[in-house]
Design a protein around this ligand. Sequence first.
Ligand code: KG4
Ligand code: ZN
Length: 339
Amino acid sequence: MSKKIILAIESSCDETSAAVVVNGREVLSNVIASQIDTHKKFGGVVPEVASRMHIEVIDSVVKAALEEAKVSLKDIDGIGVTYGPGLVGALLVGLQYAKGLSLGSKIPLIPVNHIQGHISANFIQHKDLKPPFVSLVVSGGHTFIVYVKGYRDFEVIGQTRDDAAGEAYDKVARALGLGYPGGPKIDKLAKEGNENAIEFPRAKFHDDTLDFSFSGVKSAVLNYLNKAKMKDVEVNKADVAASFQKAIVDVLKNNVFLTCERRGVKKIAVAGGVASNSCLRETLQNEGAKKGIEILFPAPILCTDNAAMIGSAAYYNYEEGLVSDLDINAKPNLKLGED
Ligand code: KG4
Ligand code: ZN
């Protein structure tokens, strides 16, 4: 197999990242400049601030990725870049930088769907992993169950109808006064609480759909906190965190295992920022052991937004001839399998 080296760029939300990846599996560098400290002050990502911060650092992030990988542009076979979904102003920074680089260096431009990138993080972590498998993509902006039939052949089985799982974590954490991003804080606090202390609702649609809804459980937590405040009763924050987390993880677990049953698949690859959650990891591993289903997770650095995962997806896109002209635009609502 000839060696293909991809330079990848990711700027869809609040991380500016560039990576060099060989044959979709081997990471030579993965540089991530996070804006979290800035957005923390606002309690969430401020889109215009994100765009402006990407533009300040993107050139040095790309240069650092090439340097760390000990390669130069003449070694690069393709430039992979996230063009959606995400915040439009943020996406445009990475896309436009990649276009300029492609134009100047005559290296082909390879468009990448951010969700495909998250799924592909598993190809980096698990060198022998091949489709088919089921993927659970859980992040701050997205919640999907995807039947991955091929490297570029996806069937979306379920998705959220309102808040993403990570978004619910962030909003509940904010209400509990834990700060942003809330997922890791709830994860930690929940370890000290009783997950059966409060019964928060689990949204259930009719049997045919494996879609999710997390706004109900989020509102239930906010109501619980408001009522306690009005009655001047002190709440046990750890119990709230643990019970909320249980409600989220229960639904994710049920739907993803039902997908395996319906499609006859024995492998689940989890992806996205929430894939770092310790309760989700433990719950899926336990259920997988009972049901004979293998559960795979990427390392935390590959769960969060990063360009290495984009480099992996770009390699498989390139292998299938997906190369873009320079008139490509950012697609903030890009669907999986639409590109
Ligand atoms: O994939 P990601 O870095 O960015 C998006 O594409 O959205 O995901 C960020 C999300 C945030 O909502 C954050 O609170 C959540 O992932 N998250 C977690 C954990 N670590 C990050 N949620 C639950 N438990 C965690 N340990
Ligand atoms: Zn993401």
